[in-house]
Design a binder for this molecule. Structure first.
Ligand SMILES: [Zn+2]
Length: 257
């Protein structure tokens, strides 16, 4: 099986990252997206890319935890712009909103999200979006900021929303990415959503080092573990695992290269 893990984070540890990338390759993960979001995660993503340039694509950005007031967000967006000027990236990310863990910073999060959506539009790059307990705000910001390219606008990563929210995002030209959460016993809502995403809009990811899939829960997650998510999701959708891997690989290639 050839698998594209569309969302992996790394640490600034050369030896550990090299070992993770080698295990990924051995497991059939021949391409992955190294995703930033903070200064540390952006540096670690750059390190991963330097260790496996052919197999790795880059998303650099400022996530919701970085959000501050307007001047601070402007400085962050400028820093992200500078990163994109210096490094060839496949996407801006991860960016987005989390009102579960940080509802008190909602305004700042929306502002930082909007600034980076505008940057992505300017750079004609897709976005990697995190959204949790912020469905309406996410759609609101997306609808405010123009997207001029004909190409799909990006991906909602680690999707945990309802089928209705998934449809609203599909209508806005997004892909939906399913993580190992789909294998969790209590995640019936995620399985429901994972069934309604059309073949040509489906992606898979680990979101490593978080969210190791069943039967590896409790371990630190890594791209090689995505095999379990692919098999589970294939069974859920009633297709062979090889077919789901090939389909999601082709989708990720179309979005990110
Ligand atoms: Zn992430």
């Amino acid at each position: 099986m050839n698998i594209y893990d569309t969302h992996a984070h790394f640490a600034e540890d050369r030896e550990k990252t090299a070992a993770i990338l080698a295990r990924a390759r051995a497991a059939g993960v021949t391409r992955l997206m190294a995703v930033g979001g903070s200064p540390e995660l952006n540096r670690a993503a750059l390190l991963a890319r330097s260790l496996a340039p052919d197999a790795t694509r880059l998303a650099l950005g400022a996530d919701r935890d970085q959000a501050g007031d307007a001047p601070a967000n402007e400085a962050l967006a400028d820093a992200v712009r500078a990163l994109h000027a210096a490094h060839a990236c496949a996407a801006v990310g991860e960016i987005g909103l989390d009102f579960h863990y940080a509802p008190e910073t909602a305004r700042g999060q929306c502002d930082l999200f909007a600034r980076q959506l505008a940057l992505a539009d300017e750079l004609a790059l897709p976005v990697v979006i995190h959204t949790r307990e912020a469905d309406d705000a996410t759609l609101g910001v997306l609808d405010e900021i123009p997207w001029h390219a004909d190409a799909p606008r990006g991906v909602i990563h680690c999707f945990t929303g309802s089928p209705a929210f998934a449809r609203q995002l599909l209508d806005r030209n997004f892909y939906v990415s399913i993580s190992g959460i789909v294998t969790f016993r209590a995640a019936e809502n995620v399985r429901e959503s994972a069934r309604v995403v059309p073949d040509d809009r489906l992606l898979v990811e680990t979101d490593s080092p978080f969210l190791a899939p069943v039967p590896l829960r409790g371990n630190e997650n890594e791209p090689a573990f995505i095999v379990h998510t692919v098999k589970f999701l294939a069974a859920l959708r009633g297709v062979p695992a090889e077919e789901l891997a090939a389909r999601t690989f082709a989708n990720a290639l179309a979005l990110f290269g």
